[in-house]
Design a protein around this ligand. Structure first.
Ligand SMILES: Nc1ncnc2c1ncn2[C@@H]1O[C@H](COP(=O)(O)OP(=O)(O)OP(=O)(O)O)[C@@H](O)[C@H]1O
Ligand SMILES: [Mg+2]
Length: 569
C-alpha cells in the first residue's frame, strides 16, 4: 500500500527519532485514554444521580476532578512532544533532501531540468513540510482519538458498538478506492507544475534571446499547456473527492441516529443504564467526529503521497561516489590517464582510449576542434563523471578511491561557462577560500586587472551585470586564490582582448609557479609557451609535444595553427 510505503520511507531517515515517536504515541494514548475515562465517569455520575445515591455521586465527582487534573498535566507533555517531533522530522526531511541534491551526480543534473528541481524543492518540499506538521499535530491525534474512543465504546457495550460502527469499514474501503487515483492525479499535477516552472525558468534566463527571436508566443503556449495540465489534474481530483462528500456527511450523523435508536431500545430493555448510554453517545460522537474530520482530509493525505513520490525521486538520484577513503597523496605525479573511455549517452563515445601523464609543475595545454572532448577530459579529472573504462590516477591514487572533497582540495577549476553567484566580485573571488586574507583576495583581483571596478557592487544573477571578459577574470582570480596543486582552466581567456589576456596570462604564470597547470585553449597564440600540448580530435589525443615539435611534425596541430594565423593575418 502506497501509504505504508510512504510512511516507511519517511521513517527510514528518522530511525533515531523512533523511540521519541513511540513515547509521543504513548503520551497521546494516555491523554486520550484519560478523556475517554472522563466521559465514562460522567455516565457513572449520571447513573448515581438517577439512583439518588449521594455517596456514589460524591466519589464519582472526586474521581472526575482527579482524572481531569491528570489530563491537564499530560496535555502540555503531548502538545510539546508532538510539535517538537514534528519540527525534528521537518528539519531532517529538508537536510536529507538538500544533501541529496548537493551530492547529485552531474549526470542526474544533466538529465533534469532546473525548473523542475526548483519546483520540487520549493513547492513540493514545502507542501510536504506543511503536511507533516498537520499530520503530527492533528491527524495523528485524530487517529488515536478514534482508536481509544472506539475501544471505550466496545468496553461499554459490544453489541451497540458493532451496530453503530458497522458503517466505518464500508467508508474506509470506498475512500481507499478513490484515494489511489487522487494520489496519481496529484503526482501528475506536481509534475506539470514542475514542467511549467522549467518553462518559466528558461523564459527568465533567456528573455533577451526570446525577445530577439520573437519567440514570446511559442513560450507562452508552452507554459499555458503545462498550466492547463495542472488545472485538469486538479479538477479531476476534486471531482473524485466531491463524489465522497455525501458519504462523508452521512457518516457524520448516521451512526449517531443508530446509536440513539438502538441504545434507547437497550436502555428500555434493561441491558444498558441511562448514564452509560450518555457516556456512549459522548464517546461515539467524538470518535465519529475525529474519523470524519480525517476523511475530509483524505485528499490532503493522498496529495502528500503523490508529492512524496517526487521527493523520493530526489532521494533515489544517482549520487556522486563519495565513499572513497583515500585522503592523502600516494605519489607526486599529479595526473595520469590510462586508456580512458567515456560516453555521456550509451553508444555515443566521446572519449576513446586516452592516455597521458602530467608531471609535477608541468604546464600543458589541450587543443582541438570544438566538440573533440577537451572539456570532458577536465570534467572526468574533476570527478564530475566516471569513466566507462580505464583508470585516472591523481597523485598516485585511483580517482574513485579518493574522498571527492579531499580530491577537489587539490584542484582549482575554471569552467568554460564563467559561472558567477549572486553577490559581489569580491565575494565571488573569495568563494571556496573562506579563510584567505583580504590582502590575498585583493592581490588576486589586481592580478587579473579587475581592481579598477567597484569590488562590492552586485554582479547580478549569474554575473549578468558584468561583461563576458570580466566574468572570466573573476573566475580565474577565484581559481588562483584557491592555490591548489592542479589548476584546470577551460578557455579562461576566450572573451578577453589581447591586452587583458596578457595580464591574465602573467597572473597565472606568477601564481602558478610550481603548480601543475592544464589549460584548454582555442586561440593557439595563448599556449605557445606551455611545456607540452595535447592535440585532440574526435575524442582521441592525436598529437603530443611542444609547439615547436608539433609544428615540425606538420600534422593536425600545424594545420590548426596555420589556419588561425591566416584568419588573423
Ligand atoms: N552533458 C553532456 N551530455 C551529453 N553530451 C555531452 C555533454 N557535454 C558534452 N557532450 C558532448 O560531448 C562531446 C564533447 O564535448 P566537450 O564539451 O568535451 O567538447 P570540447 O572539446 O570542450 O568543445 P568546445 O571546444 O566547443 O568547448 C560533444 O559532442 C558534446 O556534444
Ligand atoms: Mg569545451
Amino acid at each position: 500500500m502506497r501509504f505504508i510505503h510512504t510512511i516507511r520511507r519517511f521513517m527510514s531517515i528518522n530511525k533515531d527519532y523512533l523511540p521519541a515517536f513511540y513515547l509521543t504515541l504513548g503520551f497521546l494514548l494516555v491523554n486520550q485514554g484519560l478523556v475517554a475515562y472522563i466521559n465514562y465517569t460522567i455516565g457513572n455520575l449520571t447513573d448515581s444521580i438517577t439512583a439518588a445515591n449521594l455517596t456514589a455521586f460524591g466519589t464519582q465527582l472526586l474521581l472526575l476532578a482527579a482524572v481531569q487534573l491528570l489530563h491537564l498535566a499530560t496535555e502540555y507533555q503531548v502538545n510539546y512532544r508532538v510539535n517538537h517531533l514534528s519540527e525534528c522530522f521537518v528539519k531532517r526531511l529538508r537536510i536529507h533532501t538538500y544533501k541529496k541534491i548537493t551530492n547529485a551526480s552531474m549526470k542526474w543534473l544533466d538529465e533534469n531540468q532546473l525548473g523542475d528541481i526548483i519546483s520540487r524543492i520549493n513547492g513540493d518540499l514545502n507542501a510536504l513540510v506543511n503536511q507533516i506538521n498537520t499530520f503530527m499535530t492533528w491527524q495523528l491525534a485524530g487517529l488515536i482519538t478514534f482508536v481509544v474512543y472506539t475501544a471505550a465504546c466496545f468496553f461499554i457495550h459490544v453489541k451497540l458498538s458493532l451496530v453503530s460502527f458497522g458503517i466505518v469499514p464500508v467508508l474506509a474501503i470506498l475512500q481507499f478506492l478513490t484515494g489511489r487515483p487522487i494520489a496519481k492525479l496529484c503526482e501528475k499535477r506536481s509534475a506539470a507544475e514542475g514542467q511549467a516552472n522549467s518553462v518559466f525558468v528558461g523564459l527568465i534566463g533567456g528573455l533577451g534571446i526570446i525577445k530577439s527571436f520573437r519567440s514570446e508566443q511559442h513560450f507562452s503556449q508552452k507554459y499555458n499547456r503545462q498550466v492547463d495540465k495542472t488545472v485538469a489534474a486538479n479538477v479531476k481530483s476534486f471531482s473524485l473527492e466531491f463524489l465522497m462528500y455525501p458519504l462523508q456527511i452521512l457518516m457524520g450523523y448516521l451512526p449517531n441516529i443508530i446509536t440513539l435508536v438502538f441504545g434507547s431500545y437497550l436502555v428500555i430493555n434493561g441491558e444498558l443504564s441511562i448514564g452509560m448510554l450518555f457516556s456512549y453517545i459522548l464517546l461515539s460522537t467524538s470518535a465519529m467526529d475525529s474519523i470524519g474530520s480525517l476523511s475530509w482530509q483524505v485528499r490532503n493525505i493522498y496529495d502528500t503521497i503523490g508529492i512524496s513520490e517526487r521527493i523520493f525521486g530526489i532521494w533515489d538520484i544517482e549520487e556522486e561516489n563519495t565513499d572513497g577513503r583515500l585522503i592523502t597523496k600516494a605519489t607526486d605525479i599529479p595526473v595520469t590517464f590510462e586508456h580512458i573511455q567515456f560516453s555521456y549517452r550509451p553508444e555515443q563515445p566521446v572519449i576513446s582510449n586516452i592516455s597521458f601523464t602530467v608531471r609535477p609543475g608541468e604546464h600543458i595545454a589541450i587543443v582541438g576542434a570544438s566538440g573533440s572532448g577537451k572539456s570532458t577530459v577536465m570534467k572526468l579529472l574533476s570527478g564530475f563523471y566516471t569513466a566507462d573504462a580505464g583508470t585516472i590516477f591523481v597523485f598516485g591514487n585511483r580517482l574513485e578511491d579518493w574522498d571527492k572533497e579531499r580530491l577537489r582540495e587539490h584542484i582549482s577549476y575554471v569552467g568554460q561557462d564563467s559561472f558567477l553567484f549572486p553577490g559581489s566580485i569580491y565575494s565571488n573571488v573569495a568563494l571556496g577560500s573562506q579563510h584567505a586574507s583580504e590582502e590575498r583576495i585583493l592581490a588576486c583581483i589586481r592580478a587579473v586587472g579587475l581592481d579598477n571596478l567597484n569590488l562590492h557592487t552586485p554582479t547580478g544573477e549569474r554575473g549578468v551585470l558584468l561583461s563576458g571578459g570580466q566574468k572570466q577574470r573573476v573566475c580565474v582570480a577565484r581559481a588562483l586564490l584557491k592555490d591548489a596543486d592542479i589548476l584546470l582552466m577551460d578557455e579562461p581567456t576566450s572573451a578577453l582582448d589581447t591586452e587583458s589576456e596578457y595580464y591574465v596570462q602573467q597572473a597565472v604564470k606568477e601564481f602558478a609557479v610550481e603548480r601543475t597547470c592544464i589549460t584548454i585553449a582555442h586561440r593557439l597564440s595563448t599556449i605557445l609557451h606551455t611545456d607540452r600540448i595535447l592535440c585532440m580530435k574526435d575524442g582521441q589525443i592525436v598529437e603530443t609535444g611542444s609547439h615547436a615539435e608539433l609544428m615540425e611534425r606538420g600534422g593536425v596541430y600545424k594545420q590548426l595553427y596555420l589556419k588561425q594565423q591566416n584568419e588573423f593575418a
